[in-house]
Write a protein that binds this ligand. Structure first.
Ligand code: GDP
Ligand code: MG
Length: 162
């Protein structure tokens, strides 16, 4: 069985952009509209001779209502079947209440989780991502999914045990 890596985070943090980079497809919908990817979306990826499955999710924000409840359920299912969770946050928007809510969910699920601060292109990554240490989930990995910066280094660490 290939390891399964789930991309989790509130809408618009860049999950689908990272999915597309990892799988080198444009299959996952990327949009400026939060929450467009309504379902789980699977792809295959390779890093340093490790093959793995990537799962894109619609995003959860911890305060769902209506249709969003179903999207959140899909995300929780994706987390459940994953070996590794990449919890994406937005370095430009900073730490939000939703990020805290998601962190609480993830803590209960007891999965190997990496905090990934996306969109550090063109900004001071160290100072803008420092606040994500308040999530108390370990090291904050800086990436720019749209450009690829930091992605390889992240995968080196995330896939190391598998
Ligand atoms: P999702 O809702 O989490 O799947 O987020 P998307 O992948 O759809 O991206 C949301 C928005 O963030 C889009 O406008 C992307 O172009 C933008 N975005 C994604 N990654 C980056 C990045 O590394 N840098 C910047 N500046 N924007 C990004
Ligand atoms: Mg998406």
């Amino acid at each position: 069985m290939l390891p399964v890596v789930a991309l989790v985070g509130r809408p618009n943090v860049g999950k689908s952009t990272l999915f597309n980079r990892l799988t080198r497809t444009r299959d996952a919908l990327v949009a400026d509209f939060p929450g467009l990817t309504r379902d789980r979306k699977y792809g295959q990826a390779t890093h340093a001779e490790h093959n793995f499955i990537v799962v894109d999710t619609g995003g959860i924000d911890g305060t769902e209502e209506g249709i969003e409840v179903e999207m959140a359920e899909q995300s929780l299912l994706a987390i459940d079947e994953a070996d590794i969770v990449l919890f994406l946050v937005d370095a430009r928007e900073g730490l939000t209440a939703s990020d805290y809510a998601i962190a609480e969910h993830l803590r209960k699920l007891n999965k190997t989780t990496f905090i990934v601060a996306n969109k550090v292109d063109g900004i001071d990554g160290d100072s803008t991502t420092a606040e994500f240490y308040n999530l108390a989930m370990g090291e904050v990995h800086q990436i720019a999914a749209a450009h690829g910066r930091g992605v390889s280094l992240l995968l080196d660490q995330a896939l190391m045990p598998v």
